[in-house]
Structures are given as structure tokens and as C-alpha cells.
Ligand binder design. Structure first.
Ligand code: SF4
Ligand code: SF4
Length: 161
């Protein structure tokens, strides 16, 4: 039974997440999804999951970052659609195409420069005030992270789809 009409990147997303075709909008996931529960524009009838399954491409690629990957939808879905998996693929696509929130790109740049998602200089200032030893950059980890980023195409603005 095919009941869902996807508006964005039908082939690409469906190829990886065939199961979402059988979502029949039962709203079971919406009772547990924190985004549907706490973000005003969603409700039981228009849940985060079903809305994103049907959203236009740019809207889906923007809003998908609200998903915190808690997997409550995966556990509760009677159709085994695995929305978390579909949304992980959408996040990857969103990142590649420049739709991710600015903070995501900044954290990635920080990670590739210092090997941590926090600023070591500021952290060390706080540690010094607390009487703790300073931490150092892990150059080997930074080198490996940059190799991985190169190999996976994890660079802003350079799509690898
Ligand atoms: S629980 Fe599954 S089938 Fe029901 S609306 Fe959510 S994703 Fe679709
Ligand atoms: S994984 Fe995402 S879509 Fe699923 S319940 Fe959690 S926040 Fe909602």
C-alpha cells in the first residue's frame, strides 16, 4: 500500500529509505515526537514526521535539523518506516547543499581546526581560573579528521551527490 506523496528528491531519498512509502499518517509517532509536542506549528494532525515527509525540498532541508534523533518515532511506528534514518539522510543532503543552520558549519570548521567542537583557548582560560591543567590540541586527531573530511566530501558548498 503506497499512501505517501513525497515532494522532495523522491528518488534519492526513497532509494535509501524505501520504508517511508508506507507511512499511512496514523499519528502514532506524533504522540511521542518531542518536535511535534513542543514546536507550535505542529500538532497531531500535522506532525513533524508526516509534514517533513511531504514538505517541499527547501523547507524539509531547513526544518529537518529540529529532529534530535531520539528514535521515539522508530520505536513506535507500526509500519517500521524509520523516520530517523530518512531524516539523517536529509540532514546529510541539507549539509551538502548549504541548507544546514550556520552553527552546524561553524562547529564543523572548529572541529577540523582544533579537533574539538569547543574553543580550546576559552576552555583553557576557564580551566586556569579553576586551577586545572590546560588541555592541548590533539594534532593527530585533527589530521585524521581532515583526511576523513576530504574523503567524504565534508566541505561546505561542495556537493558530492
Ligand atoms: S507512526 Fe509511522 S506510519 Fe504512523 S504517521 Fe508516524 S511514520 Fe507514519
Ligand atoms: S527521531 Fe526525530 S522525528 Fe523521530 S521522534 Fe525523535 S525528534 Fe521526532
Amino acid at each position: 500500500m503506497k499512501v505517501l506523496r513525497l515532494q522532495y528528491e523522491k528518488n534519492e531519498i526513497l532509494k535509501k529509505n524505501k520504508a517511508i512509502e508506507v507511512c499511512f499518517k496514523c499519528s502514532t509517532c506524533s504522540k511521542f515526537c518531542p518536535i511535534t509536542q513542543y514546536v507550535k506549528k505542529y500538532n497531531q494532525e500535522n506532525s513533524f514526521v508526516t509534514h517533513l515527509f511531504e514538505a517541499e525540498k527547501s523547507e524539509a532541508l531547513n526544518d529537518v535539523w529540529m529532529c534530535c534523533a531520539c528514535e521515539k518515532c522508530v520505536i513506535t511506528c507500526p509500519q517500521d518506516t524509520n523516520p530517523t534514518d530518512a531524516f539523517t539522510n536529509l540532514k546529510e543532503k541539507s549539509y551538502r547543499e548549504g541548507y544546514a543552520p550556520e552553527i552546524v558549519y561553524r562547529l564543523m570548521e572548529q572541529l577540523l581546526q582544533e579537533g574539538t567542537v569547543y574553543n580550546i583557548k576559552f576552555s583553557n582560560a576557564a580551566r586556569k581560573r579553576a586551577g586545572l591543567t590546560e588541555i592541548e590540541k590533539n594534532e593527530r586527531a585533527i589530521k585524521e579528521l581532515n583526511i576523513l573530511a576530504d574523503k567524504t566530501g565534508l566541505v561546505r558548498g561542495k556537493g558530492n551527490n
